[in-house]
Design a protein. Sequence first.
Length: 235
Amino acid sequence: MRTEMKESSHLQPLSTVTGMVVHGRGIGKCVGTPTANLETGRNTVLPETGVYVAEILLNSRIYYGVTHVGLRPTLDEESAVSVETHIFNFDREIYGQTMTVRLYKKLREVKKFNELSLLIEQVEADRLQARKFWGMEQAEHAFSIDVKRHCVMIDGREVYLSATEFKLLHLLYLSPDVTFTKKQIYETVWREPANDHLHAVENTVFQIRKRLRPYCKEHEYIKTVTGYGYRFQPD
């Protein structure tokens, strides 16, 4: 839930980058944060590498998010520096469109994490810091996920899931405005081509719902989008 937003017109960005949104490698989805990848011109001067609070100008509208400038040392072996932005509350195809990103505060340096779970935890912390910078508050829900203890909290009660169940639910939880296809979920959680294994996603969702049902007062946290896939449904 948003509170009064900070006026960006009174702030001076550290850097501004404009470019075309292009297809990336889908790495952001591995940590629950789909990103818009910016293709910049050869003469574009990029800011120093790092993770930044971002303001995004797209189709004459302003959005907010987090921008990563640099390599992806935890998930990607490529040596090319990229500019990738996760836009809050956004779920639209914008490939081929021109986008401007204004960077206002550097949150941290680019870092390689030894475990994917540590990266996921850091990405969530980055998002919370960026929301706080803009004066945006998360709605208070009885539902939360504790990455360190690898469990779900519902009304203060701990619910433990299998490793696969936890990864799937956490993927959806991090992007409540995104509907994921079964193929996207399988390839992100299982880290292999989906082929004909989509029933594994269906079975895992069934098991998650079964484990959560005694605690969630008839509310289904995973919503089925008929003919497409699944998304997280807050209280």
